[in-house]
Write a protein that binds this ligand. Structure first.
Ligand SMILES: C[S@@+](CC[C@H](N)C(=O)[O-])C[C@H]1O[C@@H](n2cnc3c(N)ncnc32)[C@H](O)[C@@H]1O
Length: 258
């Protein structure tokens, strides 16, 4: 499972809440290996609170004293930065970063996604330890994301790349039964039954005179034909017709509960 070869490294984080937020983001996206370089406040109840259930990631986090220790065994190191640095460096966007990470991990390599301090980011020395720099293309006027939000963006891209490699869908496939009915179009025969029901009801309420039908039904057919009606919508319309018929016939009817 290649995602296990990708670690998230947080360098010298000040706010424990951001560690929790990063853990939550990682777990949401299927990543599990968190490495903390010299965190200011960890373990911490703030981290647990922000992790919102991703406490297994916090419990399993490796705490080390230096970035060198965090990068032991890594064959690809990607350092994130909110701003341009003085020395130009090979730069990837988050999508390219995810593809490169997955390719490396699929080949059995070890990948580190490195994130900097809340107030100062990564130092130039730390960035120079990275093979590539990654910049999230945020607004140039306000380019710095919250640390946990930056982790979320990169891990999301990793997940999308991973799903593509696995051939797994990125859309929810199994809809609830009601939701299925809401998107499934009605068939021609269901529509025919509906038109029969509609015509009968229009006659019963006195809106359609079968002796002089004019062009009412063809016009209504044209109207419904344009609407791309779903099975659920058809069920609602059929229910309205049934209740209308009961009302004109003086039969008792049930109040509909939505
Ligand atoms: C709050 S930012 C640090 C901002 C810091 N003033 C700086 O100039 O780098 C904390 C960390 O989030 C990540 N980050 C925030 N915005 C980012 C962006 N637009 N692109 C890439 N990483 C970003 C980086 O890891 C950064 O070190």
């Amino acid at each position: 499972m290649s995602l296990q070869n990708i670690r998230v490294v947080l360098v010298n984080t000040s706010h424990a809440g951001n560690i929790g937020g990063a853990a939550r983001a990682m777990k949401n996206m299927g990543l599990s290996r968190l490495v903390l370089v010299d965190p200011e406040d960890f373990p911490s109840s703030d981290a647990v609170a922000r992790a919102s259930g991703a406490t297994d990631i916090l419990d399993g986090a490796q705490v080390v004293a230096t970035l060198e220790e965090a990068l032991v065994g890594c064959t690809l190191v990607l350092g994130t930065s909110a701003r341009d640095r003085r020395i130009p460096w090979p730069l990837l966007d988050p999508r390219e970063c995810a593809t490169a990470s997955l390719e490396q991990a699929e080949q059995g390599g070890e990948v580190a996604l490195v994130f900097g301090r809340e107030y100062a980011g990564l130092t130039n020395g730390e960035l120079q330890r990275c093979h590539f720099h990654v910049h999230i293309p945020s607004s140039p006027e306000f380019s710095s994301l919250n640390l946990a939000a930056a982790v979320q963006v990169l891990t999301y891209e990793v997940r999308m790349a991973w799903l593509a490699v696995q051939g797994q869908p990125t859309k929810m496939e199994k809809l609830e039964t009601t939701a299925m009915l809401d998107v499934q179009p009605v068939t021609a025969d269901e529509l025919e039954h509906y038109f029969g029901h509609l015509e009968q009801t229009l006659i019963e309420i006195g809106f359609l005179d079968p002796a002089k039908p004019r062009h009412l039904m063809p016009r209504l057919r044209r109207l419904y034909g344009r609407s791309g009606i779903s099975k659920l919508e058809m069920n609602i319309l059929r229910g309205i017709l049934t209740e209308t018929q009961k009302a004109v016939r003086g039969e008792p009817h049930e109040r509909r509960q939505e």
